[in-house]
Design a protein around this ligand. Structure first.
Ligand code: 5GP
Ligand code: ZN
Length: 110
């Protein structure tokens, strides 16, 4: 989508250091980290939110990248989050998984 910031990152229109990339997925550090480690994993194809996902393949692509990245970073414990919709905290409407580590996380999440 032309005015989507995460599409622009995936298409390399906005230069961003990718910490992981494959054919379907890209990952990069969050601009406003909420933990010592905080990166986002996105599909390169635009889906506004989890509500637009109708195949397990997209989620499989995203989530199977997570342990590859955490292994590379030497992380064994982490929080994964998908915010769906404004009231759930979604601010960028291109689906992304937050992966956070390096501190204690409370439950339930705020
Ligand atoms: P959401 O609130 O939609 O679940 O998460 C969006 C996340 O994207 C936020 O944590 C925010 O800090 C991050 N973010 C927004 N714009 C950019 C950007 O241009 N670059 C990067 N690296 N992160 C961004
Ligand atoms: Zn997008």
């Amino acid at each position: 989508m032309s005015d989507c910031i995460f599409c622009k990152i995936a298409n390399k229109e906005i230069p961003t250091d990718l910490i992981y990339e494959d054919e379907n997925v890209a990952a990069f550090n969050d601009l406003n980290p909420q933990a010592p480690v905080h990166f986002l994993v996105i599909p390169k194809k635009h889906y506004a939110s989890l509500n637009e996902i109708d195949s397990s393949e997209v989620l499989g692509n995203i989530f199977s990248a997570v342990p590859k990245i955490t292994k590379k970073l030497g992380i064994k414990e982490y929080r994964t989050v998908i915010n769906t919709g404004e009231s759930a905290g979604q601010t960028v409407f291109h689906i992304h998984v937050h992966v956070m580590a390096g501190r204690k996380f409370n439950w339930p999440a705020g």
